[in-house]
Write a protein that binds this ligand. Structure first.
Ligand code: ADP
Ligand code: ZN
Length: 368
């Protein structure tokens, strides 16, 4: 399969995203132009290392590039000052220089941490992403947001730092746990729901194939998602305006994640799935959107195995007031008003800060 190329047009910071099954085996040649020093500092986690480090080493070595691995424990805990500090010290101890290349090889956690480290080491070392989760391939590896978490919330400390290249091997998703795959699929569906009704309808017909095997359906879903994100990021790199559309489902979702502790009980993508349905329900109730869209989305998510309501979250027992309080702490808010992404229909979302808090509270009261 010839890789599909999606260009992210950002002037001097432009780069390509390549996607294909088996791309990992060809990573050496793709990375070579960016590895001026002929060494790459690979940041990964133990799960990805165990499965794919051998293949990566083989193709890098064949291209004349030497990898040096920095392998972390998996999980969100890596997005912290202690782990960042240790990683930076380890990279410096290994002699990382301005002309070297950092390679983020893993899911969103690794991409966020390694991208941030690359941005601050010696005032900036180039980095390349090889995302290995569906969520990272369609979302976090493209667009240059990098961050660690703070006591005040997730992703509160970080940089816009664009990679030089992104390589999405759709076949490495074959080993991703089903639940992680489904969580990433919610972000894929998001691109249809926010701006592309035909893509959403296509996903309704082909979602099972996207999830089940690394065939043409999966590649199409991933490249369509990346292209949608690339278009939005090229228009609005630093989220002054329309990039906020990418937060569809995320304001409701973040409240659920905050309430459940950002852990195994509710994955990020699962919270987005529930949040998108709530955003459509609220849009219908406020008269922005014709009735039926929310029910259609919920039926699809249930059929493929995603949660579709806060009632699907095990052990959730919170009041509407508590959930609204979580939403008022969202970092996207301005002047204390809750910014939401609502919709006029499937594929027609918009940003608004005009929704009365009472209507949002009422939406939680119905959903919980
Ligand atoms: P996300 O990309 O959703 O932010 P993480 O970076 O936390 O998530 O990755 C989710 C989990 O999946 C981690 O435990 C990680 O080690 C594991 N993982 C990542 N890529 C793969 C893969 N291709 N196959 C199997 N497990 C993987
Ligand atoms: Zn998200």
């Amino acid at each position: 399969v010839t890789p599909q190329t999606i260009h992210v047009a950002l002037g001097a910071r432009s780069y390509d995203v390549l996607a294909a099954p088996g791309l990992l085996q060809r990573a050496g040649d793709a990375i070579l132009p960016f590895a001026k020093s002929r060494r790459v500092f690979v940041v990964t986690d133990t799960n990805v290392h165990a499965r794919y480090a051998q293949a990566l080493t083989a193709c890098l070595t064949a291209a004349g590039v030497a990898p040096i691995y920095f392998t972390l424990a998996p999980g969100e805990g890596a997005k912290s000052f202690p782990v960042l500090a240790r990683l930076c010290d380890d990279l410096l101890a290994a002699g990382v220089e301005r002309g070297d290349l950092v390679l983020a090889f893993g899911g969103g956690v690794i991409g966020d941490l390694a991208g941030f480290a690359a941005g601050i080491l010696k005032r900036g070392v180039d980095f390349v992403q090889i995302p290995t989760t569906l969520l990272a391939q369609v979302d976090s590896s493209v667009g240059g947001k990098t961050a660690i978490n703070a006591a005040a919330g997730k992703n509160m400390i970080g940089l816009f730092n664009q990679p030089r290249l992104v390589l999405a091997d759709t076949a490495v998703l074959d080993t991703l746990p089903r639940r992680e795959m489904l969580a990433g699929f919610a972000e894929v569906a998001k691109y249809g729901l926010l701006g592309d009704a035909a893509f959403f309808a296509w996903l309704e017909a082909h979602g099972a194939a996207v999830l089940d095997h690394s065939g043409p359906e999966r590649l199409y879903a991933i490249t369509t998602s990346i292209a949608a994100k690339a278009r939005i990021v090229a228009e609005d790199e630093r989220e002054a305006g329309m990039r906020a559309l990418l937060n569809l489902g995320h304001t409701f979702g973040h409240a659920l994640e905050a309430e459940t502790g950002y852990g195994e009980r509710l994955l990020h993508g699962e919270s987005v799935a529930i949040g998108m349905i709530m955003a459509f329900e609220l849009s219908e109730r406020l008269g922005h959107c014709a009735p039926g869209a929310a029910a259609r989305i919920a039926a699809f998510f249930k059929r493929i195995g995603l949660p579709a309501s806060p009632r699907d979250v095990p052990g959730l027992n919170a009041s509407p007031e508590t959930m609204v309080a979580h939403m008022t702490h969202d970092k996207k808010n301005k002047d204390g008003r809750i910014t939401l992404i609502l919709a006029r229909g499937i594929g027609q979302s918009f940003v608004t800060s005009d929704t009365p808090v009472a209507a949002i509270r009422d939406q939680w009261a119905r959903a919980l």
